[in-house]
Design a protein around this ligand. Structure first.
Ligand SMILES: C[S@@+](CC[C@H](N)C(=O)[O-])C[C@H]1O[C@@H](n2cnc3c(N)ncnc32)[C@H](O)[C@@H]1O
Length: 239
């Protein structure tokens, strides 16, 4: 997994020492601005889980959400594998009804999501949702837009992720999954699973084309931005 610093304009650092002989954990707060409209603060922890960093895919997806403003206003949105949740928080700022989700077994990630919502005074629901697991809350989500930044990183989890995405798309007619991912070796598996689950993937703009240069210059890698829908819906569009 590549890690690039995000688009901090300024960064505060507080270190929490857990005592003699124990490892020191470093918590940082990064600031993410969207034109001159608002700034979102994210609490990150460099020594913990994947879900406690703002990954470059999240910066790109958040910027895309910001540029698609009217599409998100009033929409029901679910972010999968949200981690530090930047795209979902931008959607909430734009007036979406947002549920942030991450693996129900990663309690520190879910707790951090609540802390980030509080820090920014943004109201979102926070829900433990493990891909490929059918706990009761998933049946009532029915989002119009599903977001997922850098959720295609561990090929072992791809099938479970697509199972969950397909369920949400089927359970909420007309919905779409918008995702950013690094173009890595798992690309052929993604293509295979798109067919297996009866989906259609449309590549959207180049991940960097709409990024302000101040943000793009801090990112690297081949980041793809794609919109995934049920194949039937795509066929309806063609006819
Ligand atoms: C690479 S991180 C991306 C986090 C965030 N979306 C970002 O881009 O900054 C992957 C995220 O997926 C979550 N995740 C991994 N496996 C999962 C699973 N089986 N079910 C739900 N979430 C999972 C992790 O906890 C983590 O937050």
């Amino acid at each position: 997994m590549e890690f690039e610093d995000d688009d901090e304009e300024e960064e505060e650092e507080e270190s929490e020492s857990s005592g003699a002989g124990e490892e020191c954990t470093m918590t940082t707060i990064s600031h993410h601005s969207f034109d001159n409209s608002f700034t979102i603060q994210i609490i990150e922890n460099m020594k913990e889980e994947y879900g406690l960093f703002v990954w470059p895919c999240s910066v790109v997806l958040a910027e895309y959400v910001w540029h698609q403003g009217s599409r998100f206003s009033g929409a029901k949105v679910v972010e999968l594998g949200a981690g530090t949740s930047l795209p979902g928080l931008v959607a909430a700022k734009l007036g979406a009804d947002v549920t942030l989700t991450d693996d129900s077994e990663r309690l520190e990630v879910l707790e951090n999501m609540n802390r980030v919502c509080e820090l920014n005074c943004i109201k979102c629901k926070v829900l433990g949702l493990k891909w490929g697991v059918w706990d009761a809350p998933i049946f009532t989500l029915r989002p119009k837009i599903i977001l997922g930044a850098d959720v295609l990183y561990d090929t072992k989890a791809f099938d479970d992720l697509f199972a969950t995405v397909t369920f949400l798309l089927e359970n909420s007619p007309g919905s779409v999954f918008i995702t950013t991912y690094h173009n890595r070796s798992g690309h052929h598996l993604i293509e295979f699973l798109i067919v297996k689950w009866g989906l259609k993937c449309t590549k959207l703009l180049d991940g960097f084309s709409f990024m302000p240069s101040s943000k793009a210059s801090k990112l690297s890698g081949n980041i793809q931005l794609a919109e995934i829908v049920l194949l039937d819906k795509a066929a309806d569009h063609v006819t």
